[in-house]
Ligand binder design. Structure first.
Ligand code: GLC
Ligand code: CA
Length: 573
């Protein structure tokens, strides 16, 4: 094993048969049970990107449910501005705000009808400008949500595109050449038929009301060449230029970057390793590098190809081994039941890092607006803390989903509110600021709220937790500060798994960066867990956070016993 190249040392990597719906690489597991040679541990070479990103923590704000400044029941941009001091007090570097653009809100604003205007319910473009400026005054960056793969059916481009007579936007969306086109058997999935007078069917990119913008076909089906256009078709190139203008517009207003929605889905059909989709993003990146150097971009794009598309970071939460860490209710790794497996996640994570060539930072987000809240099934604070410790000590750019810092709970609404449906609704409820009416989110009548607030008597609130040094909020503030104080924990800190065994606890790894090396041990299970590790640690250890473990040496092996439901962070000196 070569400790300098931790990513290549998948000590034992097993290929099993793929279960349905899983990618083959998701079946791998990576097992470790030895100490690396400490002398050689170091940080990785930093990928290019703005300086602040290497140690960044980002806070996600869902604008409709963060804070309502004018009492209409819906959060707004002035509401975000009013709470910037609170956001700053968490110690984060940047905020990502979900879409705030004009929209008919069939998918909560992702369905944009005008890229260049703030939706009136959130305020005006002037308010957005003010948000960027005020955030900057406080040393916070702002990321907007860039939806490039589709628009709303209400966008003027789509309305033009629906016209039977050819016009500048006819080919900006993916349309078959005939409503009764040849090949319907293979192509009707995802195509909407009979929507308008144009003779053809449009391709949806998510809901039916979100027609796919046309970035072409990576591999044109010879039977369908009448309507599948190549990615460099002149009208597609014109659309690409327009999307750059959208980015220029918001960057020019003061944004510091964006989160790109469904970023991997631009080019259709057999876009091998996302070659053509990457070309679109790299083209935008080149423009950014020239016109807005230092822009930070993160993609909803769940594999290494995002890194090659010029993104500074990407999310892994749609990948099963990551999702399973805390979103399954009996066998997640992070549950006291102790039935989980860390090695599938580890195999995926190491594989993605290696394939992206350390060209970006993966983000291991604990929650977001599409996921159920991490606080569900009666999880307690100890559980939540262990999950956050994992998310803040693994190499990645951590994101905090608004409300997770106080342990807001997943609620049980199944409402279809603006495309929420199912668990998406229960994870998007209003931020809980204080006791009293609407938990301080809004002064409106309760039935006017975008979604109801948590009505539990013990619903967590910021106000109550501010005063309590043992609260989740206090814990999160400390955790953010702790991460910032330790260069080894930054995204570029080296990562060396020490103990990870299939179906076993604990999980132990070393991080290295600056002048420090930190050993992190995590045991979410309800019983003490012992790791037998080959070798002995040639360093003095000092517990700097968490609870002390039991260490013993047996011959050539070290045994670290981590108490039930606890974690430990040691500095190795
Ligand atoms: C992304 C968004 C999600 C939205 C979907 C369609 O996954 O995060 O909220 O519904 O894309 O845009
Ligand atoms: Ca409002």
């Amino acid at each position: 094993m070569t400790p300098q190249k931790p990513l290549l040392m998948l000590a034992s990597l097993c290929m099993c048969t793929a279960a349905s719906g899983q990618r083959p690489e998701e079946q791998n597991y990576a097992q470790f049970a030895s100490f690396p040679a400490l002398g050689s541990l170091k940080a990785i070479e930093r990928p290019s990107g703005p300086d602040w990103m290497h140690n960044a923590v980002i806070y996600q704000i869902y604008p409709q449910t963060f804070f309502d400044s004018n009492g209409d029941g819906i959060g707004d941009i002035q509401g975000i501005i009013a709470k910037l001091d609170y956001v700053k007090s968490l110690g984060v570097d940047a905020i990502w705000v979900n879409p705030f653009f004009e929209s008919p809100f069939r998918d909560a604003g992702y369905d944009i009808s005008d890229y260049y205007s703030v939706a009136p319910r959130y305020g005006t473009n002037e308010d957005a400008k003010e948000l960027f400026a005020k955030a900057h005054e406080k040393g916070l960056k702002v990321l907007f949500d860039f939806v490039a793969s589709y628009t709303s059916i209400d966008h003027q481009w789509f309305k033009d595109s629906c016209e039977p007579a050819p016009n500048a936007h006819s080919n900006w969306y993916v349309w078959t050449n005939d409503t009764w086109f040849d090949g319907m058997d293979n192509y009707m999935a995802g195509f909407i038929q009979g929507y308008c007078l144009r003779n053809g069917n449009y391709l949806q990119n998510f809901f039916w009301s979100q027609p796919a913008l046309n970035f072409g076909y990576g591999n044109i089906d010879p039977q369908q060449s009448a309507w599948q256009l190549p990615p460099n078709h002149p009208e597609i190139m014109a659309l690409r230029e327009e999307m750059k203008n959208v980015v220029r517009f918001w960057m020019g207003m003061g944004a510091d970057g964006y989160r790109a929605d469904m970023a991997s889905t631009l080019v259709k059909r057999d876009d091998e390793d996302k070659k053509y989709t990457r070309a679109v993003w790299n083209d935008i990146r080149e423009m950014l590098n020239k016109e807005f150097p230092g822009t930070f971009t993160v993609a909803e794009w769940e594999d290494w190809t995002a890194a090659k598309g010029g993104f500074n970071s990407n999310f892994l939460h749609w990948r099963k081994p990551f999702y399973d860490l805390w979103f399954r209710n009996n066998d997640s790794y992070f549950l006291p039941a102790g039935k989980g497996d860390i090695t599938r996640f580890l195999a995926l994570y190491l594989d993605q890092r290696e394939k992206s060539g350390d060209a970006n930072y993966i983000s291991l987000t604990v929650g977001n607006h599409d996921l159920p809240r991490v606080n569900r099934w009666g999880r307690d604070k100890a559980d939540l803390e262990l999950i956050q410790v994992f998310a803040f000590t693994m190499p990645n750019i951590p994101f905090i989903y608004y409300g997770d810092e106080i342990g807001m709970r997943q609620l049980d609404f199944q409402s279809g509110k603006e495309g929420c449906y199912g668990t998406r609704a229960g994870g998007r409820t209003p931020m809980q600021w204080a006791g009293g009416a609407n938990l301080g989110f809004s002064s409106s009548a309760p039935d006017k709220l975008w979604l109801p607030v948590d009505d539990a008597a013990d619903a967590p609130t910021v106000a109550a937790q501010e005063k309590d040094p043992d609260s989740m909020l206090s814990f999160m503030r400390e955790l953010v500060a702790f991460r910032k104080a330790h260069p080894a924990l930054a995204a570029d800190g080296g990562f060396y798994p020490v103990y990870a065994q299939k179906d076993q606890y604990p999980f132990i790894f070393i991080r290295a960066g600056g002048d420090e090396k930190l050993l992190v041990a995590i045991n979410p299970s309800a019983t003490q867990a012992s790791a037998q590790i080959k070798g002995t640690l040639k360093a003095k250890r000092r517990l700097i956070k968490g609870s002390e473990c039991k260490w013993s040496e047996k011959g050539d092996n070290t045994i670290i016993s981590v108490p039930a439901r606890s974690y430990a962070i040691y500095s190795l000196e």
